[in-house]
Design a protein around this ligand. Sequence first.
Ligand code: DX5
Ligand code: ZN
Length: 219
Amino acid sequence: MSIKIAPSILTADFSNLGALINKLESGGADDIHLDIMDGKFVPNLTFGPLIAASLREVTSFPLDVHLMVEAPERYFSAFAKAGVKSLTIHSETCQHLYRSVQLIKEMGLKAGVALNPATPLSVLEYIIQDLDLVLIMTVNPGWGGQEFIPAMNRKIRELREMLIDSGSSADLQVDGGINSRTIKAAVDCGANSLVIGSALLKEQDLTKAIKDYRSLAEE
Ligand code: DX5
Ligand code: ZN
């Protein structure tokens, strides 16, 4: 399965977002990961569909939206109108997870489900075949720059087995604490879509950094 590098712009300089997106795009990233936080499901607050729509104006790059918000269905159509590629919702925020996934797909978007570190994989058992992406939170959601939780490697491995057993070709995305020390083990356990935030954005030469992360993941 091909490796995808999805930079998270959470720790970016927001006064200069357009320029950063263009650099990430020309530097060889696969998607841009947008972290949407509501100050309720997670303590932090970020941005919404208006920023996604502005980014759509400066790039044709796929926008991968991670919704860390209560009752995320309220925002599906605004993000669809903003032209994003995929919406990933947290199982912990949806009373009717199956219905929410269907709604995303009916809007013509790719549908993902994210799980907090303590949420068991069993919540996916009857829905896995409908998903385009499963996101394993490898930190507690809310901030960039946290440490990867080592116990998540076993969860990644077990999810990869579930995906294989169910014949699913969904992406297995990992999000949080991915850096040059943690990337290899996560990929060896079965992750193929790597959200990288602070570890990537601190680099001066983004093209080289993306290339280096890709080689570490593919070696
Ligand atoms: C955390 C977010 C992540 C975050 C990753 O709640 O979902 O996408 O930006 O940042 P790093 O790579 O710095 O852990
Ligand atoms: Zn994220």
